[in-house]
Design a protein around this ligand. Structure first.
Ligand SMILES: [Zn+2]
Length: 328
């Protein structure tokens, strides 16, 4: 009799402990998952940032609010952002700045650019970087913009106008940028709008585009193959990470559901490399520019478990941020 009661009590306590996860429990789980692989992601989303002017401007734009008159954004000094391009996989090229990533995926039927940087950097880094790496910008036939924020979409109009590239973006983000009405570099003309998971095949390369609303309502993530010294590697590209959206419990739930959905898709596809659109999230500023010796595995190749840990970081930090809203 006493034994049964003790057992019931023990199992009851166990259950209570599971139900009472605290903010710290979520932060510690994220910290463990981040390890030495994703310190920048952990710092950005688990250590609650203040509501800076930038974050509020992004949130207003995400919500589709008409652009309030803003003072012109100063262009940072070139030394603050310029980076030489890199060539981390046989057919994937890095055209980023010190802060943001842009990529060229070379296929048998043209080049796909993924994310386009701020307007001040796009011509120098993307067009100039391609020429430095021996790529012809006239071969760009698609531009995929992971979401409609200035650090990823301001170069899209340039590539559309100069090279006739098709621009792919989430439907909700096309709507938001049209409503905002202006952006440095010009608003791209509405082209391919994605509102459900779909595949984009360009020559020998098929890109699985996966809708991951949360960072913005139209955020797109991707899974695609690249070659590493001839070996096929599957890459997961996370399209939106930070919490500069209107912070509500419902929005965090949408974000968490998307991260879990994309993690499952990455696992099913056998993704062993994780890349993103900010160098602080994936270390691309360093990893993409390491000289590739014959036989070296790309530093982006980390294995399926480490790819999965990225999504544990983002989901657990979102759980913590959601709990902070309630003051619990
Ligand atoms: Zn963003």
């Amino acid at each position: 009799m006493k034994f049964t009661t003790a057992l019931l009590l023990a199992s009851g306590l166990g259950l209570a402990a599971v139900q009472a996860a605290t903010i710290d429990d979520h932060v510690f789980a994220a910290h463990k998952a981040a390890g030495l692989d994703y310190p920048g992601t952990f710092a950005r989303v688990c250590i609650q940032p203040p509501n800076s002017g930038d974050a509020l401007a992004s949130a207003r734009r995400t919500a589709g609010a008409a652009a309030a008159p803003q003072p012109p954004r100063p262009t940072p000094a070139r030394d603050a952002w310029y980076a030489e391009p890199g060539h981390p996989f046989d057919n994937l090229y890095w055209l980023g700045s010190k802060v943001h990533n842009s990529w060229a995926l070379k296929t048998s039927a043209g080049i796909v650019i993924i994310d386009t940087l701020y307007n001040y950097a796009s011509e120098t880094e993307i067009v100039g970087g391609m020429k430095k790496l021996g790529l012809n910008p006239a071969d760009i036939n698609y531009v995929i913009v992971t979401h409609g924020h200035g650090d990823h979409d301001e170069g899209a109009r340039l590539l559309q106008d100069k090279f006739g590239a098709h621009v792919v973006m989430g439907t909700a983000d096309w709507d938001a940028i049209a409503k905002a009405g202006n952006m440095p570099g010009g608003v791209p003309k509405r082209d391919i709008a994605v509102s459900a998971d779909q595949k984009l095949t360009v020559g020998d390369t098929t890109i699985s585009i996966i809708t991951t609303p949360g960072h913005t309502p139209g955020t797109l993530s991707m899974i695609f193959p690249v070659k590493d010294h001839g070996k096929t590697i599957t890459v997961a590209y996370n399209g939106g990470t930070a919490f500069n959206f209107p912070r509500t419990p419902a929005n965090f739930d949408i974000y968490i559901a998307s991260q879990k959905k994309f993690a499952a898709a990455a696992k099913a596809a056998g993704a062993v490399a994780l890349i993103s659109n900010h160098t602080e999230f994936d270390g691309a500023f360093y990893k993409a520019r390491i000289a590739r010796a014959a036989g070296d595995t790309s530093p982006f190749v980390v294995g399926s478990d480490t790819v999965q840990r990225y999504f544990t970081v983002t989901s657990e930090c979102a759980e913590a941020a959601k709990m902070r809203l309630k003051g619990s």
